[in-house]
Design a protein around this ligand. Structure first.
Ligand SMILES: Cc1ncc(COP(=O)(O)O)c(C=O)c1O
Length: 444
């Protein structure tokens, strides 16, 4: 393994090499002259977040990974999953499955949720290939080119990219400590002079800010959605990872069987993202369309992995696993906030998530004016990875902020990463400051 200094010398990578659209092969400006590409390609913006996976894999120096929102290898039950797979996989696991999902997985979801706050009703469920496919189907079903889609600012830009791929016009609404600012949403919609088709929200421990939508704002959002006839696209991968504070009822609890609520769920954050298994919970009358949309994409979700997840749940392992994750993430978040306070003090402000994976950090005081895209480059060379704020807004706001994932690293490793981050900030301050526009609502 190389030392950090050797890595620095070898670092040729800049934040601009994190493409927001594919750069290799047939795509890009050169291909458009050569090949009869569809106009839809103009709406394909890709994901800086996802591209960071390949970028980090290509580095040969030691990097503390605060960038991707992935559960750490050390809390993934790989051995248990492997041994369950050996027991349950048979011939029925390796053929095509039902598009709506394997009955045993739907059954497991229903039974597992029966005593909880948000029971799953089998007629509302379609199993998907991860949360991303749920988002893709939702935008495909509801968005025509030119339709208005509300997104949080900052947001999970893979979600906003999916809306863009169907030609949406995006309306970015600021987030504060209580989630999407619903009053500002009303003003913004009045200003836009048209109502949104879809309101895309991540209500719990939002990616990227870590904040949670308050109960009163959830209620108000439901009222507004009904007044406007808008769909609430309720994307909640982190809801069962609450490690502090009280449960806040979800949209499905506040407004049961509401046709305007379309919920996207995934096993990626609570079990393992490589499985690519998730589900949507939506009005049963939508199901014929949902299934047609999925049949035109991938026929069915990976069958062996559905059997694996079903058995994991049936044995009661998921509940134990979630309890372990909540304990672990509580201590990882604490380790990160303590290390940040210790190393960076007044130079930053952070959000205070009560669950999930992410902290949102805003540069201030002596660090005001540092551009997080430049910080990304310096930090990567110094052996710590983050996601610059600009990658988390479709209009590239938040140059004064960045996202850190506290879930992926042990407390000891987190302290190493934060020390490297502090050094990177020293270096960034020593360079001529690039003034950045303020605008991190989440930490105010
Ligand atoms: C808010 C949000 N929605 C959806 C997804 C996508 O989930 P999956 O990996 O299951 O497609 C993620 C993953 O980071 C996410 O954070």
């Amino acid at each position: 393994m190389r030392t950090t200094d050797e890595g620095t010398a070898a670092m040729l990578t800049t934040v601009d090499s994190l493409p927001t659209r594919p750069t290799a092969g047939l795509s890009g400006p050169s291909a458009s002259g050569l090949l009869p590409l569809a106009r839809r390609g103009d709406g394909l913006v890709g994901s800086v977040i996802d591209s960071s996976t390949s970028l980090l894999a290509a580095q040969s120096h030691d990097i503390v990974r605060f960038a991707m929102g992935a559960p750490a290898a050390d809390v993934t039950p790989a051995r248990l999953l492997t041994s369950i797979a050996a027991e349950v996989w048979d011939e029925s696991s390796f053929t095509y499955g039902a598009t709506e999902g394997e009955p045993r997985l739907i059954q497991a979801l229903v039974e597992d949720s029966a005593d909880g706050p948000q029971p799953v009703h089998p007629e509302r469920v379609v199993i998907t290939s991860g949360g991303m496919q749920g988002l893709d189907i939702a935008f495909k079903l509801f968005v025509d080119p030119g339709d208005l889609v509300v997104v949080e600012s900052p947001t999970y830009t893979n979600g906003s990219a999916t809306a863009l791929s169907y030609g949406a016009d995006l309306l970015e609404v600021p987030v504060d400590a209580d989630g999407m600012d619903v009053e500002r949403l009303e003003d913004a919609v009045a200003g836009a002079r048209r109502t949104p088709k879809v309101i895309y929200t991540i209500p719990n421990f939002q990616n990227p800010s870590g904040v949670t939508l308050s109960l009163s704002r959830r209620r108000r959002l439901l009222e507004l959605a009904h007044r406007w006839g808008s769909v609430i696209l309720d994307d909640d991968p982190y809801g069962s990872l609450r490690f502090a504070g009280q449960h806040i009822p979800g949209f499905g609890q506040l407004s049961p069987h509401d046709p305007l609520v379309f919920s996207v769920r995934t096993f990626s954050k609570i079990l393992a993202p490589g499985l690519r298994v998730g589900w949507v919970d939506a009005d049963p009358r939508l199901h014929p369309l949902l299934i047609s949309a999925k049949q035109a994409m991938d026929t069915c979700t990976n069958v062996p992995n559905q059997h694996l997840v079903a058995e994991f749940i049936r044995r009661g392992e998921l509940d134990e696993h979630l309890a372990m994750l909540r304990r672990e993430y509580r201590s990882r978040k604490q380790a990160m906030t303590e290390a940040l306070a210790d190393q960076l003090g007044d130079g930053i402000a952070t959000t205070d998530p009560q669950g999930g994976f992410f902290l949102w950090v805003t540069l201030r005081g002596p660090n005001a004016g540092i551009d997080s895209r430049r910080l990304f480059e310096i930090a990567l060379a110094a052996g710590v990875a983050l996601i610059p704020g600009t990658a988390l807004s479709p209009s590239h706001r938040f140059a004064d902020a960045f996202r850190l994932c506290f879930a992926s690293c042990s407390p000891r490793r987190t302290r190493v990463g934060v020390r490297r981050l502090a050094r990177a900030l020293d270096q960034a301050r020593d360079e001529a400051p690039t003034r950045t526009p303020a605008g991190s609502a989440a930490t105010r």
